[in-house]
Write a protein that binds this ligand. Structure first.
Ligand code: ZN
Length: 436
């Protein structure tokens, strides 16, 4: 971590002690804070991170690496209180409460920009390679929410709150599971993988999901993904679980994302899409949406109705300025074509994209684009699994939202530093690229 330039870039954005203000000079400076944050995210415990940093051998290596990058660190290894002091000063902790100083957002935004640069270096997010049939691995981003359960049980939470201590968190019902609820703090992350090489994953963003006011996980995910799309034309494809609703999908499709996200519950059930009365064949076609795709309702020989999936001919996107219009072309039972705008604007009524997706699962065709691409989302679950295993006791390690957010940000810093190290090792033997 002490060789990772992103650590130093973040140390530079933290304001130092103002000249003339009372208080001792910061012997360890802002760099110790960033190293401590990343190491805590790597090992999942503040105590362990401080012990590792304070080990004389580690400190010599850290100090040497830092001095090569223009940061002077004291010869004496830091003690745990130096680390905690650095953290509290940066967070401007007053007494026992940690207010949000806005600094975490500055750190997050700077880190996200640098992680995108790194993704480019590793071959991901390359622009000009949009494909709706075969989107590249490196152009496919994925996101997921993660609840880190509270470090205290209900009784201890009440006792701590009664004593005036900060205990953030709320009850989250895990979507997709069997509806189990967890008390804790929620975050969401976005990531990408340049290729299928192991450990090549990069986390591109990590955000805190407040309990109310920001649209929950899906709202925060849309914010993060729209920011990413605005900055990175190469972020063309998205895999997300069923947490996204019509309004989220519409915003993401409008921004250019080809979204792979399964409909579920009532949105997956058959709904009328359109009755085609103007077909050249003279027949009327009753079109439905089922599980995100277009189907035609036909009457069988026995008089019952059944919904037959229409053959998908083409998915295309028209770009006008920075907004994309997505069209599906399907074949009707008579052989004629029908074209639909998937992200059709609908100021008042329900959005079509809630039930009709740009790409939907196809049980009968393994080569369908959804079946090939949606599995890339598993990388997001791997991120969650590693987090769960890393955090001490599998729980939050800070009682405050801001404190735990720094742990999550630190985890992303650490994972991305590790990916960078492996990337450098893999690219060390190949000859340097010829200068243009
Ligand atoms: Zn027809």
């Amino acid at each position: 971590m002490a060789t990772d330039p992103i650590i130093y870039a973040l140390a530079h954005v933290i304001p130092g002690k103002e000249q003339g203000r009372p208080g001792p000079e910061r012997a360890y400076g802002e760099l110790l804070f960033v190293l401590y944050m990343a190491l805590t995210g790597a090992v999942g415990s503040h105590r362990r991170a401080a012990r590792i940093l304070g080990h004389p051998d580690h400190w010599i290596a850290t100090r040497t690496a830092a001095s090569q990058r223009g940061f002077a660190l004291p010869a004496q290894p830091p003690r745990r209180w130096n680390c905690e002091d650095a953290r509290r000063r940066v967070l401007r902790v007053q007494g026992r409460q940690a207010p949000d100083t806005g600094l975490t957002e500055i750190l997050r935004a700077r880190a996200a920009a640098l992680w995108c640069e790194r993704a480019h270096k590793h071959g991901a997010l390359a622009g000009g390679t949009r494909s709706n049939v075969d989107p590249a691995r490196g152009n496919t981003v994925y996101g997921d929410g993660k609840v880190t359960s509270s470090m205290f049980g209900p009784k201890a939470r009440r006792a701590r709150r009664a004593a005036g201590l900060q205990v953030d968190g709320s009850t989250h019902v895990q979507g997709g599971d069997n509806g189990t609820s967890t008390h804790g703090l929620k975050f969401m992350h976005v990531g990408v993988r340049p290729n299928d090489r192991p450990n090549s994953r990069l986390i591109l963003d990590m955000r805190y999901v407040p309990h109310s006011g920001y649209g929950g996980e899906a709202g925060i995910a849309v914010d993060a993904l729209l920011d990413l799309a605005a900055r990175e034309p190469g972020a063309t494809t998205l895999c997300y679980d069923g947490a996204l609703r019509g309004t989220h999908l519409q915003a993401l499709a409008d921004a250019g994302y080809l979204v792979f996200s399964p409909p579920h519950g009532s949105t997956a059930k058959p709904h009328a899409l359109e009755t085609v009365t103007s077909c050249a064949c003279g027949d009327t076609h009753r079109l439905m949406t089922v599980d995100g795709y277009v189907a035609e309702r036909v009457i069988t020989d026995t008089g019952t109705t059944t919904d037959v999936r229409c053959t998908l001919l083409k998915l295309s996107a028209n770009r006008r300025q920075n907004s994309y219009a997505w069209y599906l072309e399907v074949e009707l039972s008579c052989g004629n074509l029908r074209r639909f705008r998937v992200n059709k604007p609908s100021p008042d009524g329900p959005l079509r994209i809630e039930r009709l997706r740009q790409a939907a699962k196809d049980e009968s065709d393994d080569s369908a684009v959804y079946n090939r691409i949606y599995g890339r989302r598993e990388d997001a679950e791997s991120v969650n699994n590693i987090l769960e295993r890393t955090l001490h006791g599998g729980r939050s390690i800070s009682p405050s939202a801001i404190g735990q957010f720094l742990v999550m940000l630190g985890h992303a810093l650490a994972r991305n530093a590790y990916t960078e190290l492996l990337w450098q090792r893999d690219h060390a033997e190949s000859p340097p690229p010829i200068a243009a």
